[in-house]
Design a protein around this ligand. Structure first.
Ligand code: FEO
Ligand code: CA
Ligand code: CA
Length: 583
């Protein structure tokens, strides 16, 4: 328990209590301020935000997007930088003046599409040395939306399954949406990850039957969730079935070149991508760890063929196109008591491990387009919703949040060593150790935290591991990131009822873990019915940026600043004494 642990040198702040208030609570000595909010003007000529929802689609194309999620800071010099910030989805009830939960016109759909994607935001350090503000105008400021032209690259580019009437080449695609979390390459580009893209497709054609491959990617056609197919045929799967295959990828963006064309890298596989945890192996090859966030889906690793050459960025262009995709199998005692075991990475290569025409794979492109199917074919472990992965810069161990899985233990999803808890409402953080070689074919693993609630469950499996206490209890870990010193930042996207299983946990929050001792302390709590997500730092680690996403999704928030409609916002965290965050 926390009180039994020796004083911690890594965690230098005082942990705070849970909160259900409609404001940000943060550790003593720290301040959290809004950097930018949904609808703020970004690109030159942008209209001011209208708090009643009357901005047009054309306005939204020049404004900061909605529901900011994963993000990265790219320094230009000590006082100037560019942030790439995902805009994952929209809260229709606040986006549209009519307040409904779905688009009701083409203009609504275009506004929604314009609020998705990525915002590129230039920032400058202000007089008070650790504070930054948005730079307007700036040549870097840019919106990438669900209609921005992009290219495919890698083994599946040009494949028949990616060809549509509008793009017979299968190499040109419009837009990115469902942009959950992110990654950053050693050559200074941004990776944005397409997650819940299935919710944008559908059809009202009554006799349309989804294929097995569409079902494997959870396409539901009867009630298109956001009504895009009703007004934009591109999203009607009866008319354009292959458009669905053109999303669910990882997209590379050069934030320093405002006219660059984003690239969808097919070598990294198609699934509901959460983030892309990029590291360089000791032999110089690029390694990307990736989670597929759905109940029972998998954890992947990509290893490039060539090595990273930071001095000549042009030489790195092929690293995300030529390489091998692997999927993880976690072995161990399924009784769930040891909470550790071994595992291996299985290659998803056409012609190997049963990925053959007899099993429904005609070439490598099909293995990548239907990576979920390939993963199941080779015996990957079904995980409890893999969300973010982060690599400890000090020992190379990778950590992954398995956010929750209420179906664990039911038919088709038996308990296993790494996912040992039935009806897993709290989630766990798993980590693996590849012995210092990120290209290794095998690993050992353990559970860093089996989340739980000692207030609601003083005993038993829902109490959690000993590093979970009445003072730090939380559910549904999601965002994850290491700082330079090796502090593990944990952000939650879970239930905030503060009742029953969730008693005493309050709103979604950010905590910090010590990888060695296991101690976890609560650092910050978000306003009502938001999640906290996205985490990035300036290079001196004295300014941290964190996202408040979907505040008031249940209608009870006026965040920030008593706003008539709650607004997702980027927060800037600084220390009153100007020191390193968390130290
Ligand atoms: Fe966009 Fe799995 O969170
Ligand atoms: Ca997430
Ligand atoms: Ca989540």
């Amino acid at each position: 328990l926390a009180e039994d642990l020796p004083p911690n040198k890594l965690l230098g702040f005082k942990g705070i209590a849970a909160s259900t208030a409609d404001e940000v609570a943060i550790a003593p000595g720290y301040r959290a301020e809004v950097l930018i909010s949904w609808g703020d003007p970004l690109v030159e000529g942008a209209a001011a935000f209208d708090p009643q929802g009357n901005n047009s689609a054309a306005d939204q194309e020049k404004q900061f997007g909605d529901n900011n999620d994963g993000m990265s800071f790219f320094p230009i010099d000590d006082n100037h930088g560019v942030m790439a910030i995902n805009n994952e989805y929209v809260n229709e009830q606040y986006l549209f003046a009519h307040g409904g939960s779905k688009a009701t016109s083409l203009e609504d759909v275009r506004k929604s599409q314009a609020a998705h994607g990525v915002s590129i935001v230039a920032v400058r350090r202000t007089g008070d040395s650790q504070r930054w503000e948005v730079e307007r105008p700036s040549r870097y400021n840019r919106r990438i939306t669900a209609n921005t032209e992009m290219q495919f690259s890698g083994p599946a580019a040009g494949h028949a399954l990616l060809q549509t009437a509008a793009d017979p080449t299968g190499r040109k695609v419009l837009g990115t949406f469902g942009n959950c979390a992110n990654g950053k390459t050693p050559w200074g580009t941004y990776l944005t990850c397409e997650e819940n893209y299935d919710t944008y497709f559908g059809t009202h054609q009554a006799d349309y039957k989804t294929t097995a491959d569409q079902k494997r990617y959870t396409l539901k056609v009867s009630e298109p969730e956001r009504n895009w197919p009703d007004y934009d045929e591109r999203f009607d799967v009866a008319k354009n079935p292959n458009e669905f295959n053109r999303h669910g990828w990882i997209v590379e963006i050069d934030p320093m070149n405002p006219t660059s064309t984003p690239i969808k890298h097919t070598a990294l596989g198609r699934f509901k991508h959460e983030n892309a945890a990029v590291t360089v192996a000791k032999d110089g090859r690029l390694v990307v760890y990736m989670g597929d966030d759905e109940r029972g889906e998998h954890i992947y690793k990509y290893v490039s063929k060539g090595v990273v050459d930071v001095a000549s960025p042009a030489n790195n262009r092929s690293l995300l196109d030529e390489g091998t995709l692997y999927v993880a199998q976690f072995d161990g005692d399924a009784s769930g008591t040891p909470l550790k075991g071994t595992g291996r990475w299985i290659a998803l290569e056409f012609g190997k491990n049963g990925l053959t025409p007899e099993n429904g794979f005609r070439d490598e492109a099909e293995v990548l387009i239907f990576a979920r199917k390939a993963a199941a074919q080779v015996g990957a472990t079904k995980m409890d919703r893999p969300e973010w992965i982060a690599v400890n810069p000090h020992d190379g161990r990778a950590y992954c949040t398995l956010t929750n899985n209420s179906k664990r233990g039911e038919e088709g999803m038996p308990l296993n060593a790494a996912n040992p808890r039935p009806n897993n409402v709290y989630g766990q953080i798993i980590r693996w150790d590849e012995g210092g070689d990120a290209t290794a074919a095998s690993f050992s693993w353990d559970i860093y935290a089996l989340c739980g609630n000692p207030i609601a469950h003083p005993e038993g499996v829902n109490r959690g591991t000993p590093n979970i206490t009445a003072d730090n209890t939380f559910n549904s870990p999601d965002g994850l990131g290491f700082d330079k010193a090796g502090r593990l930042w944990i952000l939650t996207d879970g239930k905030y009822s503060n009742k029953g299983d969730y008693a005493g946990q309050g709103n979604n929050q950010m905590l910090v873990g010590d990888p060695q001792s296991g101690e976890i302390r609560r650092f910050m709590v978000g306003p009502k019915s938001c999640e906290l997500t996205g985490i990035t730092f300036t290079p001196d680690y004295k300014t941290m940026f964190v996202n408040v996403q979907h505040p008031g999704e249940e209608g009870d928030s006026h965040f920030p600043n008593n706003s008539p409609r709650p607004r997702s916002s980027v927060l800037m965290i600084t220390r009153e004494d100007g020191g390193v965050i968390g130290a």
